[in-house]
Ligand binder design. Structure first.
Ligand code: SF4
Ligand code: SF4
Length: 445
């Protein structure tokens, strides 16, 4: 039986009532943060589970720079500085994977975290055995994570991105790796064993049915105010997943609280509605307040590439203000409107990249979705200054995505399809966008 959010909140008790609050305050003098520049954030970091900040660090979007040869590399100095600020303010859950940032995220995250005593940070990493799910390769991947972090335990270990019951069976049960991981948990090398999931409802439910067998310690789901009841496509609504997890008392880790950044920029009228209520808060802060208002949320991951993101989120989670019923309703209204936009819904995770034909898949989708949300797309000859709007749109498209990497170069080979956790039909969506662009070019709208 499914409960709506309102009745669910009522039955589980409002988040505030259950939320614990941990000391956050200013950076301590004995940390490297003391010299990294102080953020004026006041109040304690929100905790729903003792010792774990509800704001977690997603380490798949670390800042990049160029090395001496002009190659793009992780900006380690910037990462260290971000980690300093985060730890000093009560963010202590760091989520990475052996495949993030072309395999370099774990190394950079480890380098930043290992400047601190092990008990100061919680490591979450994953068995990302997509390309080779064999027992040997999976064990190797797991051991490499332990070595990279120079640690004898992983706090939160995830079976990465379960796509369906068959996917779980193929990658984890049939290979025998599940038995290995259960033994590692018994030994204490894995402190908590769980999974992340991007699946249809049947896939999610079948993983729940396995709870009595495997005793999932936590589960990572995509949850935000849009996916709450408007997940769309093959994805499962977050209200169903949250309810199922809460009923089993399984802590919930949130991914995509901002839906790939989409909920950080809304239409002008939606932004005005939020600003009217909270003039000093960012649009993004509403999405974080939404997930932080649920008591079973262990942590909500945010890929804070820049200091402004971190600072803004700290303002939200230190001295946290949970949403009140009226604010939930306001977000529901915005979600309803958003769900009617013809958005692709790409979160920019890059799992589909590189395309063998050079298409900048997330770049094309980002440009298109932004133009829809911001209202800058070309509507048709009836619109005011139509010719100018066409010229501007095409120029902006060329600026956003190099011409050789645009949608018209996709040959629909389908190689990218399986990788997309959002189940986006990538070639079909690229074709739809290309047809739209062609109509603008040829003045056929
Ligand atoms: S379907 Fe298009 S975007 Fe996907 S891999 Fe093939 S050419 Fe690239
Ligand atoms: S199309 Fe899918 S896999 Fe590719 S970046 Fe977007 S969400 Fe990620």
């Amino acid at each position: 039986m499914s409960m709506d959010r309102r009745s669910f909140l009522k039955s589980s008790g409002a988040a505030v009532a259950l939320a614990g609050l941990a000391a956050c305050g200013a950076p301590k003098k004995d940390t490297p943060a003391a010299s990294a520049g102080e953020i004026k954030i006041e109040g304690p970091m929100l905790e729903h589970y003792p010792g774990i900040g509800v704001l977690g660090y997603g380490c798949m979007r670390w800042p990049m720079t160029k090395d001496d040869r002009g190659n793009e590399v992780i900006d380690q100095e910037a990462v260290n500085s971000l980690v300093d600020e985060a730890l000093a303010h009560g963010v202590n859950y760091f989520d990475t994977s052996p495949v993030y940032l072309r395999g370099d995220s774990e190394r950079a995250t480890a380098e930043a975290l290992n400047r601190y005593p092990r008990e100061k940070w919680l490591l979450a990493t994953k068995l990302s055995n997509f390309a080779d799910a064999s027992y040997e390769n999976s064990v190797k991947m797991y051991r490499r994570s332990l070595e990279t972090f120079k640690t004898d335990h992983i706090d939160y270990y995830l079976l990465h991105s379960i796509g369906s019951a068959e996917d779980f069976k193929r990658r984890f049960e049939d290979t025998g790796i599940m038995q290995f991981l259960l033994k590692e948990r018994e030994k204490g090398t894995i402190r908590h064993l769980g999974f992340s999931i991007h699946s249809h409802k049947e896939g999610f439910d079948s993983m729940m049915e396995l709870h009595p067998k495997y005793h999932w310690d936590f589960v990572q789901i995509q949850m935000n105010y849009l996916d709450w009841t408007h997940a769309g496509g093959r994805n499962t609504n977050a209200d169903h997943m949250y309810e199922q997890l809460a009923a089993r008392d399984i802590p919930v880790v949130i991914m995509e609280p901002l839906r790939g950044g989409g909920l950080a920029s809304l239409t002008k009228s939606q932004t005005a509605l939020l600003k009217e209520r909270e003039p000093d808060r960012s649009v993004a802060s509403w999405a974080f307040r939404f997930v932080g208002s649920f008591p079973k949320v262990l942590t909500a991951l945010s890929g804070m590439t820049y200091r402004e993101h971190l600072e803004d989120n700290l303002r939200t989670f230190c001295n946290f203000k949970p949403l009140v019923e009226e604010e939930f309703e306001l977000l529901e209204q915005i979600a309803e409107e958003q769900s009617n936009f013809p958005l692709v819904g790409c979160t920019g995770c890059q799992y589909c990249m590189p395309c063998p034909y050079g298409i900048n898949i997330p770049g094309v989708f980002r440009f298109y979705d932004n133009s829809v949300v911001e209202g800058t797309y070309v509507k048709g000859p009836e619109q005011e200054k139509y010719a100018k709007a066409r010229r501007r749109y095409l120029a902006e498209y060329n600026k956003a995505v190099e011409s050789v990497r645009q949608a018209d170069h996709c040959i629909s080979c389908g190689k990218c399809m399986k990788a997309c956790p959002q189940h986006i039909r990538i070639p079909r969506e690229l074709k739809r966008i290309d047809e739209y662009i062609e109509k603008i070019k040829q003045d056929l709208l």
